[in-house]
Design a protein around this ligand. Structure first.
Ligand code: ATP
Ligand code: MG
Length: 201
């Protein structure tokens, strides 16, 4: 890893992939903590296309998930949103995500951020052997999930403030007429209400 004090060091780019249906404060805290700990220059949030591990439930339209992600990250100058996964045809695989981001930012060192639950499933990812070579992986703690011990040299684990929030729980709360204020950013609360998301179960 390059010396963070070296001004000529490569750009350090965090990559936060997710369905973001909806994006919530757990995602934002994870990105913020990893950015601070690893001295990242930017974190790019990448909403998935049709998620291959979630095909049993209807996922909100990609444009809704993309726009909620833009709204949630707009106030942070270090956060950006990429359309690479939603603009690519077919299912989303992390391998393609990282290749596309590398093609766009060939000078950058990539740090793929993942919660403990997703990290536990990593062995089942498509082309995992090639994926390891494309980025450093940072697994963050998540309430209810144990951070797995992965004997892989480019995986680091980070304890972050515990936010027991999931998108599944947020959708369920909206469906039941319960508030999601302070679980998701204010603009996302308003976006969900404006478009009547998650009211049909
Ligand atoms: P769903 O309930 O629909 O699966 P989710 O809350 O798990 O939604 P995802 O979009 O599936 O959100 O997750 C994107 C990434 O963010 C994953 O790596 C996941 O582990 C991580 N993540 C989600 N919520 C948290 C949280 N509260 N704390 C830490 N990491 C989280
Ligand atoms: Mg999830």
């Amino acid at each position: 890893m390059a010396d963070p004090k070296d001004k000529n060091r490569p750009l350090r780019l965090g990559v936060m992939g997710g369905t973001f249906d909806p994006i919530h404060n757990g995602h934002l805290v994870a990105a913020s903590e990893v950015a601070a700990e690893y001295d990242l220059d930017e974190v790019v949030f990448v909403p998935t296309g049709q998620p291959w591990q979630k095909s049993t439930r209807d996922v909100s339209a990609a444009e809704h998930r993309y726009l909620m992600t833009v709204i949630a990250t707009a106030s942070n100058p270090g956060f950006t949103v990429s359309r690479v996964d939603i603009d690519r045809e077919g299912a989303t695989y992390t391998h393609d995500t990282l290749l596309d981001l590398r093609a766009e930012r060939p000078e950058a060192e990539l740090f793929f951020i993942t919660g403990a639950d997703a990290l536990s499933r990593i062995a089942s990812w498509k082309d995992i052997d090639q994926v390891w070579d494309l980025a450093h992986f940072v697994g963050v703690s998540r309430p209810g999930h144990v951070l797995p011990e992965l004997h892989q040299e480019n995986v680091s684990l980070l304890e972050i403030p515990a936010l027991a929030i999931s998108s599944t729980d947020c959708r369920g709360r909206v469906a039941q007429g319960k508030p999601v204020w302070y679980l998701v950013p204010d603009g996302v609360v308003q976006y969900i209400a404006k478009y009547g998301l998650y009211t049909e179960s």
